[in-house]
Design a binder for this molecule. Structure first.
Ligand code: SF4
Length: 217
């Protein structure tokens, strides 16, 4: 938050999150498929530089998001990461955590793994098992994110944190925020403060600065 960021929105998602309106329907809904572009890693790399204004020093972050980035061919993603790293870019990846992260991402990509809760309509035991495996692969400094729609979701998030994250080998950061329009920010923050959880409040800043889900900003 607060750093200039170029978002790369990969088309396609293996989830649908029926519990809330996905904020990126144009990346997941086949109705928008004709807007998607099939590009080689080199083309994506070129376009990122174009969007960022071809700066000498990469003083911006590149954020892979979607949809779900890890539905893409891994060899293409790896090539794109190589290209960006050769220029010194920092790379973040928002991911729903339901697909196993490959070893080559370790240390190169900082993940923000979205741990879906019941309110998303996409909570499942199977997905949780994959997320637990991914926890072992996440680089130090990566982030687990809870998007919370209700008190029930909050209690679920606390259980996950207490069971798997607080005693983990690595020092993960936990970010939390509300499902847009379903829970008041102040209410959720109060619960977290009352429970003295070392979590960081996070909001979709682009939705505050610009019109919600405006494209091409
Ligand atoms: S995982 Fe993310 S991109 Fe996929 S449907 Fe859910 S909110 Fe949308």
């Amino acid at each position: 938050v607060g750093r200039p960021t170029v978002f790369v929105r990969f088309g396609g998602c293996n989830l649908r999150c029926p519990g809330w309106p996905c904020d990126t329907p144009h990346a997941i809904d086949p109705a928008f498929r004709k807007e998607w572009k099939l590009q080689e890693p080199e083309q994506v790399w070129e376009e990122i530089a174009e969007v960022a204004g071809r700066r000498e020093t990469p003083d911006y972050t590149v954020c892979f998001t979607g949809g779900e980035p890890f539905l893409q061919q891994h060899r293409d993603l790896e090539r794109l990461v190589e290209l960006l790293k050769s220029q010194g870019n920092s790379i973040e990846c928002f991911s729903n955590g339901t697909l196993l992260y490959p070893d080559w991402t370790f240390g190169l990509v900082q993940f923000i793994m979205d741990w879906k809760l019941p309110g998303s309509g996409e909570w499942s035991e199977t997905a949780n098992l994959v997320r637990l495996k991914n926890l072992e692969l996440l680089a130090r400094g990566s982030t687990i994110k809870f998007t919370i729609a209700s008190r029930e979701d909050y209690e679920f998030a606390k259980d996950i944190y207490n069971q798997y994250i607080i005693h983990g080998l690595y020092d993960y950061t936990v970010h939390y925020g509300v499902v847009w329009g379903q829970l008041a920010n102040a209410k959720l923050i109060k619960w977290v403060l009352e429970d003295e959880l070392p979590w960081y409040f996070n909001m979709q800043i682009h939705n505050v600065v610009w019109v919600r889900s405006q494209r091409g900003i």
